[in-house]
Design a protein around this ligand. Structure first.
Ligand SMILES: *Cc1c(COP(=O)(O)O)cnc(C)c1O
Length: 382
């Protein structure tokens, strides 16, 4: 069966607005609190903290800014080692370099595609006394083995930074992701499950952490009548207009998650009996299904007959956007020479990267469009 080209592009994951966003933005304009901070920022912080069940939140310009402040606050200095998820977006690990720390990359596990607790323990032993922090990401909205990871960090006296940029509203053993670390980061970038057009938050149980984050995020001004600085600050606070968009989106987070989940299960059913697997998760967790992904079975992918790139191009030809799996950090030219810790002689991240692809997961995609996408994918295997 030949599928027609989509008239309207089907996106990987694009913003979905509802109307309330504009109400909150309008309020900011009406009261002239367009900038800098203001009611939307205060309320957005409170609403997110309440939603997650965490005590304190600082709204920032980006998720990357949140990760940067987390690395700063964890005390990472020149030459300090930070053990990082390897299979992730560069934004997870770049902030270590902003502080002149050194990333050590820790391989992914098959069960969740996230940092392997076993490899992490190997890394913690190897870098005992040298590692300052661990940064663990929840890839594509699937929670990592967060309690095991948090336990390991506690046992080895290393701060945990949870990168929940992709996993807002996902839970692990009933608890929200973005609450397991001493420092937790989320993102409201344009393609995330909800968006403020751009933005992020740093979350912590500790009031001191968030106080210090706000201080550093507003140029680190000392308590003096003139502009005096004893520390190096940044300009990282979220604007009140942006926070208004975020507040409107938050009202629809559950609905977005439900739709993402439906998309995932439609792919799973539609791709059944093909030599592929969908991205896995643990029974004790509930992902937010931000992106639906698949991996092509080893033999077939190895033979080069069906490849992720082949599927990507077939979808692109019909005007649908898909994306390669994040290229592991230890394979990035930027990080050549960094240590990479893996177990059982197997580079899991590389394998997932070589056989995997992120499928169109936009919640505005219709069932009919998705059925056609499934047919296009099936066509690649004929
Ligand atoms: C999007 C993302 C970030 C960065 O968030 P921004 O708000 O875009 O700066 C960090 N880590 C991961 C895993 C992400 O997907």
């Amino acid at each position: 069966m030949s599928i027609n080209r989509f008239k309207e592009k089907v996106w990987l994951s694009s913003p979905t607005m509802h109307g309330e966003e504009q109400q909150f933005v309008k309020e900011a304009f009406d009261t002239n609190w367009v900038a800098p901070l203001g009611k939307n920022v205060d309320e957005f912080e409170k609403e997110i903290a309440a939603y997650l069940g965490i005590s304190h939140a600082a709204a920032l310009t980006t998720g990357t800014a949140a990760l940067h402040l987390a690395v700063r606050l964890a005390g990472v200095q020149e030459g300090d080692v930070v053990l990082c998820s390897d299979l992730t977006f560069a934004a997870t690990v770049n902030p270590v370099s902003y502080e002149k720390g050194i990333q050590v990359f820790v391989d992914a596990e098959r069960d969740t595609w996230n940092i392997s607790p076993e490899a992490l323990e190997t890394a913690l032993k190897k870098y005992k006394g040298k590692a300052k922090a661990v940064i663990a990401a929840n890839l594509y909205g699937t929670p990592a083995k967060l309690d095991e990871i948090a336990d390991l960090c506690e046992r080895y006296h290393v701060a945990l930074i949870e990168d929940a940029a992709e996993s807002l509203s996902a839970t692990y053993k009933g608890r929200q992701t973005g609450t397991f670390g001493k420092y937790n980061c989320i993102s409201f970038n344009g393609n995330k499950i909800i968006t403020s057009s751009g933005g992020g938050m740093l979350l912590s149980e500790e009031e001191e952490v968030i106080k210090k984050a706000r201080f550093l995020a507003t140029q680190a001004r000392d308590a003096a009548p003139w502009y005096q600085h004893s520390e190096l600050g940044c300009n990282y606070r979220m604007s009140n207009v942006v926070a208004g968009i975020g507040r409107g989106q938050l009202l629809h987070l559950e609905e977005h998650r439900k739709k993402k989940k439906e998309i995932y299960f439609r792919y799973k059913a539609g791709l059944e009996n093909l030599p592929v697997e969908m991205n896995p998760w643990l029974e004790c967790s509930e992902p937010n299904f931000w992106l639906s992904c698949l991996t092509i079975d080893k033999k077939l992918a190895g033979s080069g007959r069906v490849t992720p790139e082949g599927i990507r191009l077939a979808l692109e030809e019909k005007n649908a956007e898909s994306r390669p799996i994040w290229k592991p950090m230890h394979l990035q030219p930027l990080y050549e020479g960094r240590d990479f810790i893996f177990v059982d002689g197997e580079d899991v991240g590389r394998d997932i990267f070589e056989r995997g692809i992120c499928l169109p997961s936009d919640i505005k995609m219709t069932e009919e469009q998705q059925e056609n996408i499934i047919s296009i994918i099936r066509g690649c295997f004929e």
